[in-house]
Design a protein around this ligand. Sequence first.
Ligand code: ITT
Length: 206
Amino acid sequence: MAKQVLIATQNPGKIKEILDILKQLDLDFVSPKDIGLELNPRETGDSYADNARLKAKAYCEASGLIALADDSGLEVDALSGAPGIYSARFSPKENATDQDRRMFLLEKLKACPPPWTAHFHCIAVLAMPEGIFIETNGIVKGRIIPEERGSQGFGYDPIFLIPELDQTMAEVDPAVKNTISHRAKALSAMFPYMKLVEENEDFDLN
Ligand code: ITT
């Protein structure tokens, strides 16, 4: 029987992408909702790695399952790397939506001359009940544009242009996003470790 792995996130956009990126694995991926787990670990770390580890550990301990977490964000050069680890919380509005965050970012950028080069960064962490942690990372470079384009994806995708494709992350086919994105890169680096989980092999981390 396929082993259960918990996708340790509350973001439905991430869940969809992670399932698609890892679909070749014979693992039984479940979301917190699937197993009736309500958890909201506070992201108190000051790096993606700290926060990803914190989330993976919290979900792993609460469920007893192997947990795969993702901490990610958008870094805009003209804003010295902001919003970065605060990407999900980057709007003063209460209960802000993805669109509120995009509008807030564009408002801030008005004072900066374009081009607004930027990148998405993702750190993925796999936590095992035995206390083993695996960490991988991925980056995708692009540019922020002043008007939204496209309706796929989530978060900052409609204003993140991939210059080589002349499309935003919200315009590209999701299957394409899931081969070029920061998340795709972090998870493809994670793939060999997940394969060991699938095959029930011990981890030799040396
Ligand atoms: P979890 O902590 O439950 O995983 P979250 O959305 O709060 O969900 P993060 O703390 O990692 O996750 O924040 C990541 C934010 O960065 C996310 O909410 C988006 O605003 C942005 N982001 C990350 N990946 C993105 C992507 O592929 N496309 C667009 N925006 C992205």
